[in-house]
Design a protein around this ligand. Structure first.
Ligand SMILES: Nc1ncnc2c1ncn2[C@@H]1O[C@H](COP(=O)(O)OP(=O)(O)OP(=O)(O)O)[C@@H](O)[C@H]1O
Ligand SMILES: Cc1ncc(COP(=O)(O)O)c(N)n1
Length: 268
């Protein structure tokens, strides 16, 4: 491996800086990983919701991928918002040739409730992209869509993690319990073992970009060569601190705080 760990995010943008490409690059930077990005859609959004979306032509997404892959070392890849099936097809072609870890955040809807991908993209994601993933990181609505089962408690979360690996072909599934009550519990199933990651729940509405931050932190740790369990463990610590100290910025759901982890490290 080259001396500098390098990670690539393929996702949409957030000009307010809380989610999407911007959240991913902040996370990579904070975790001392060299960050690179391929933009799928330019999204006019902020803490209150999505105002407009402009999808880049598929040829442009393909060319961005070629530019990065032909020249730069890529030690891990994450995908976030991929709005339509055509985009997914071209991204899947690149991913199927790649041998590096692939973290799939199956982004479907923003925290604000605005849909971010089309119906046909959802089904393509489930059938074609999921089997390529080293780990997929659905929240509850996304895990419900993938499995077709409702998730009301932690035992349903565990079942969903098993199901996504056994029936849908992801190598591992991290099903996130952020949308339940009580402790913030997530389950990772890697085909052999089920792991539990538990943290205190903070009473805050400022959760814009938590899913992006978490999956980007996992990607960063994987590009440093950490095994999956350790990468998720450290990423959970990162996202928990980023939520604990999240910013009350904007009129809606404020963003996560990427300095929080550094601040905690300094204070220890
Ligand atoms: N209020 C909270 N306090 C502590 N941890 C939380 C809180 N809300 C969510 N989490 C944790 O944050 C991570 C992201 O989980 P969540 O289920 O919210 O993902 P998501 O829905 O994809 O995020 P997003 O809000 O960006 O769409 C998980 O580890 C979850 O347990
Ligand atoms: C470009 C982009 N990607 C992902 C999300 C989801 O993040 P969240 O659910 O936290 O709003 C988003 N809002 N925008």
């Amino acid at each position: 491996m080259d001396s500098i760990p390098c990670a690539l995010t393929i996702a949409g943008t957030d000009p307010s800086g809380g989610a999407g490409i911007q959240a991913d690059l902040k996370t990579f930077q904070e975790l001392t990983v060299y960050g690179m990005s391929v933009i799928t859609s330019v999204v006019a959004q902020n803490t209150t919701g999505v105002q407009n979306v402009h999808h880049l032509p598929v040829t442009m997404i393909n060319e961005q991928l070629n530019s990065v892959i032909s020249d730069m070392p890529v030690h891990s890849i994450k995908t976030g918002m991929i709005a339509n099936k055509d985009m997914m097809q071209v991204i899947a072609e690149h991913l199927s040739k790649s041998v590096v870890n692939y973290v799939m955040d199956p982004v479907m809807v923003a925290t604000s409730g605005d849909p971010l991908i089309s119906e046909d993209a959802r089904s393509f994601l489930k059938q074609q992209l999921l089997p390529l993933a080293t780990v997929v990181t659905p929240n509850i609505p996304e895990a419900q869509y993938i499995t077709g089962q409702s998730i009301d408690n932690t035992s349903d979360l565990q079942e969903a993690a098993f199901e996504i690996v056994k029936s849908f072909g992801a190598r591992a599934a991290l099903v996130k319990g952020g949308h339940l009550q009580g402790k913030a519990v997530d389950y990772l199933y890697d085909g052999n073992k089920l792991y539990t990651f538990e943290a205190e729940r903070f009473q805050t509405k400022n959760t814009h970009g938590t899913g992006c931050t978490y999956s980007a932190a996992i990607t960063a740790h994987l590009s440093k060569g950490l095994p999956l369990y350790e990468a998720v463990k450290q990423a959970k610590q990162y996202v928990t601190a980023a939520i604990q100290y999240s910013f009350s910025l904007g009129a809606g759901n404020g963003p996560t705080n990427h300095w929080a982890v550094r601040k905690e490290r300094v204070e220890q």
